[in-house]
Every structure is written in C-alpha cells, then in structure tokens.
Design a protein around this ligand. Structure first.
Ligand code: PEP
Ligand code: MG
Length: 567
C-alpha cells in the first residue's frame, strides 16, 4: 500500500518501521478540602517553575545540536508557562472548584484548545505546544512519563501520529533513518527538525500508524512524499545495492547522448557541508543563509559572517559557494509575531530595503570580502522586477565603496537573481541583462503561479509542479535566458525529483541544485536517458493540458531506447 503525504525532507530510505503510538493521557481527578488549597496551589506553581527550567535546558541543547535558529521551538511553551492568565486561571480554579492541580490545569488547556481550533492553521498548530506543556506539567506533578524510547542498533523508520516538540527535541536522532507522521505540514516543528538533521521525512500521511506494522520493512521517499508499506522486490534490491556504495564520483553527469548536466547542492546549515562533499556535488548552488540569524532576527557580525562564508567556500573549493542573502524579515523568525498578515507576500527579503539597508549591509560586506579569496557567488531572492534589481545593484555598488574606504580587500563576485515570482519569470530577459546569472526557485514560483500556499496542508493537493502553466513559464525562462546570454540554473525542490530533473533538462536547464541527499537519484535518472528522448517527452508534455508527473513519467518510459547507464 502507498501512503501519500507532504515531501518534507528529501532522500529515500528502506528500513524497519518503529511505530510509536502515544498512550492516552490520564488526568487524575481529585476533590480537595478548603484547607488544602494553598498546598495544592504551591504544588502547581512549583511544577510550572520546574517545567520552565526543563524547557530552558532543552532550548540550550537544541541550539547546540541543531543551531541557534531552531532554539525558538519552545518559545511558545515558555510564554504559556509565564502567561499570568494561564497559570492564574488554573490556580483560581483550584480555589473556586476545590479540585486538584492536574484537573484545574487540564480544564484551562481544554478551553485554550477550543479557542485555537477556531483560529487559523498556523495558530491551530500551537495546540501541539499546549499538549506538550500539559504533559510536561502533569509529569512534574507526579504522573508517569510516556517516553519515546527507540531501539538501539540499526536505524529505524519512525512512524508516529506526531511528535510533540519536546519528544522531537529529546529523542536520539542518530537512531532514526526516516520520519513518517500521520499529522504535520511543512511548517510543523517535526518538519523543521527533520530538515535540520537531513532525515528523509514525509508528514501528513494520515493513516501511517494504523497501516504500518512495527518491525515491517517500509520504503520512505521523502523527495516525492510517499511511503510504501510493502516495498516491491525491485525497490529492495535497488536500495540495498545503493547502501553498499560509498560516496559518489564528482563531476557533471552525462545523459546517454553525452549532454552534461551540472549538479550542485542546496544547504541550510554550515554542518551540511560534509554531506555535500559525499554527494559528489559540484559546489553549493544555494546556501539559505537565514539560518545564521538568531531567533531575535540578529545576524552575526560582519567578521563572524566572513569567517563562516570563507570556511564553507574553502570546503567546497574549487567549486562555488552560492550564498543567498537573507530571505525573510527579522520578525518572521518568531512565529508568534510575523511581520505581515501574509508573510509570503509581505515585507521580506529586499523589500526591507524600504526600511533601510542595515539588515543586509554587514552580510554583503562579508560576502564581498570573502569573494576576494574564494569562489563565492551572491544570490538575491524574491526579486520581482527590474526596479528591485536596480535597487539591489545600487546597494552593492554603495557597499563596495564602503569596503574600499575601510581599506579592506574585496572582489565583486558573480551576482545572481532568483526567479521565483511570476513577474520575474516574465521579465527574465531584462533581469538576465542586469545580473551575472539567474536561478529559478521553483518552490516559490509554483506557489505564486498557482496561488497555492506551499505551507498549507489543506491545499497541498493543488501544489502541482507539473501544472502546464508552470511548465510553460519554466520553458519561457530558458528562452529568455538564452536570448540574454546569461547562465541559468534551478534550485527548487522540483530539481530533486527524478521526473522533475528530467523535465527541467528537457526544457533546456543544464544546472540543477538540490538537497545533497537527492543527488544520487537525480544522477541516476539523468544518466538513464538521452537528451533526445527527454526532449521528445517534454514536447509531448508542453502540448498536453492534463500534464502530471505520472503522465510525464509514462511518456519517458515510452521513449526509453537505451539501457540505463551506470551511475
Ligand atoms: C525556492 O523558492 O524554490 C527556493 C529555493 O527557496 P526557498 O525554498 O528557500 O523559498
Ligand atoms: Mg524561495
């Protein structure tokens, strides 16, 4: 059986399932005497204090292991514990109704849960935090702890309904080969943690814990977003052979008719660089630098950033390191206070220039200085058109002047624009004449073209990379870039799937950047076809109004004339 869900973190894993079903929460009900009220209230206060202390330990551990950017995971819970209404209402219920602390607290949580349920999807996700706080405080009040204990030994595919933030932060991730959950979406804390640890992950499969048997062999495809509960014999052989192979050879991949396609890696954390080297990627096509920001939205100093960029660039030398400048507003790092009602369309990335360039200056200064001795490339996200392009280039020119007057060595590295807003796609030609290269961000391009929020699970089925409108737009970008004679690449998730990479190659893209864990499968897919075969399938795709990944895959199979080349 195949269970579909959100493709959260790429990679494919064949492994034994460990199904985690949380025991039902038991909240003890007790009537108390009036005389016991002060003691009961103190019990609850002490449990709140202890819970806060535990959360600050967890936060410290998390920022050490997964990076400062993830340390906000427990902010909402700490705020709940500190909220006078939350604690105050629980304490006064003890008084008013003469009930034990556990019961009083669970009444307040029920009230809040029903409030959250009526709010937006983002707020509704906060009810996980509420449950997590409740369980923590109940445990501290003397309840039993329903720990998630993973078997030691071979890594497992963890299948669960969901993981509470504290479970996700406390488990030993070195024992997890892949994560599958019934609930969750791309913005869920499970998604953030799985991506930060490069663990293939599929969320929102709905019936995983019901369908998958513990100890059974399952196949998880975190790139395509599905789980096979009974993998076919071919998949088993394929995966087992793959596991035996060590690192991949470096260099561009060739289609069977000898056309070279360059594969680079997308990274989110400096620690991902090891995986990049093992993947055989020709450098980094996208470093999402916002992960350097602290949860207060503060960037490291110019010199600290210089060190980080220099170190990463040297680690992938002689290939380039493409650093994307900060792609969000400082407020967006705190989920409690997004910068605009709809952050995807709001004041983000270079739109913040309207509030002064201070946010970007140290970053650009550090990049210009790092480029003096390394193969750095700068990539600007969220460019909407020529006017923004001019603003960005003027800022770079101004900052070059500052660096020169400060007597620092620097070099202007290749400057690129991301094509991820439909307006930019439609003026890719003029943008290509201003920048040194263009890089298509299919994740956003798809969401803005189709008006489908990539983070909203309720419209996930409408997020269609193979929508004919998207494919035509992608084709037009290629023609525009050719006319402008500017190098072009893709760094969205579309490049990480077999069919996506083949479609892009057939449309004319010769440089693809993806999560390092996807490189193996993309190499294999590209090396299995001739470009002529792929182009024929793409021609068919462009003529079809009902195009899908499946129909494209079928067209490719029909055109395959050669046996697969070795990877
Ligand atoms: C994209 O939009 O395709 C992209 C690569 O950037 P991000 O996923 O970080 O928005
Ligand atoms: Mg983007």
């Amino acid at each position: 059986m195949r269970l579909s869900g959100f493709a959260i973190a790429p990679g494919q894993v064949l492994g034994k399932a460990f199904v985690f079903r949380r025991a039902e929460r038991r909240v003890p009900f007790r009537h108390i005497e009036k005389a016991d009220v002060p003691r009961e209230r103190e019990r609850l206060r002490a449990a709140f204090r202890a819970a806060q202390a535990e959360l600050s330990d967890l936060t410290a551990r998390l920022s050490h292991e997964a990076g400062e950017a993830h340390a906000y995971l427990f902010d909402a819970q700490v705020l709940m514990l500190q909220d006078p209404l939350f604690a105050g209402r629980s304490l006064s219920l003890i008084d008013e109704r003469l009930i034990g602390a556990e019961w009083a607290l669970s009444i307040v949580c029920d009230e809040l849960r029903s409030l959250f349920a009526r709010a937006s999807a983002v707020i509704a996700e906060r009810s996980h935090d509420l449950d997590d706080v409740l369980d923590r405080v109940l445990t501290l009040l003397g309840g039993t702890k329903g720990d998630l204990v993973l078997p030691k030994g071979e890594k497992v595919v963890l299948v669960c309904q969901d993981l509470k933030p504290s479970e996700a932060a406390e488990i030993d991730w070195s024992l997890v080969g892949a994560l599958v959950a019934d609930h969750g979406s791309p913005t869920h804390h499970m998604a953030i943690l799985a991506r930060s640890r490069s663990i293939p992950c599929v969320l929102g499969v709905r019936t995983g814990t019901a369908e998958v048997l513990s100890e059974s062999l399952v196949f998880v495809d975190g790139t395509a977003g599905y789980v096979d509960t009974a993998p076919s014999p071919e998949t088993r052989v394929d995966k087992i052979t793959e596991h035996r192979r060590a690192g991949l050879p470096e260099g561009p991949i060739r289609t069977t008719d000898g056309v070279e396609i360059l594969l680079r890696a997308n990274i989110e954390f400096p620690s991902d660089i090891e995986t990049v080297r093992e993947s055989g990627a020709m450098g980094v096509g996208l470093f999402r630098s916002e992960y350097l920001l602290s949860r207060q939205g503060r960037a490291p100093s110019e010199d600290a950033q210089l060190e980080i960029y220099r170190r990463l660039a040297l680690a992938v030398a002689p290939h380039p390191l493409t650093v994307r400048t900060f792609d969000l507003g400082p407020e967006d790092l705190s989920p409690a206070s997004p910068s605009s009602p709809n952050p995807a369309l709001g004041l983000r990335a270079f739109r913040l220039l309207s509030r002064g360039g201070d946010y970007f200056r140290p970053q650009i200064r550090a990049l210009l200085r790092a480029a003096d001795e390394t193969a750095i490339r700068i990539l600007f996200p969220f460019v909407g058109g020529v006017r923004e392009a001019d603003e960005i280039l003027a800022l770079v020119l101004e900052i070059e002047g500052e660096v020169r007057s400060a007597g620092r060595a620097f070099r202007r590295p290749p400057l690129g624009a991301m094509i991820e807003i439909p307006s930019a796609a439609l003026v890719a030609g003029p943008l290509g004449r201003k920048f040194d290269y263009l890089c298509v961000g299919t994740n956003d391009l798809i969401q803005y073209t189709l008006a489908v929020d990539r983070a909203d699970p309720r419209v996930g089925h409408l997020y269609a990379p193979f929508h004919p409108a998207v494919v035509r737009l992608l084709g037009e970008i290629v023609s525009a870039a050719r006319d402008a004679n500017v190098p072009l690449s893709v760094c969205g998730e579309m490049a990480a799937s077999r069919e996506g990479a083949l479609l892009l190659a057939g449309l004319g893209y010769r440089e693809l950047s993806m999560a390092p864990t996807s490189i193996r499968q993309v190499r294999h897919a590209l090396a299995s076809f001739s470009l002529a075969e792929v182009e024929e399938a793409v021609a068919m795709a462009l003529g079809s109004d009902a195009l899908s990944a499946e129909s494209f895959a079928a067209a490719l199979r029909a055109r395959r004339r050669e046996t697969p080349a070795p990877v």
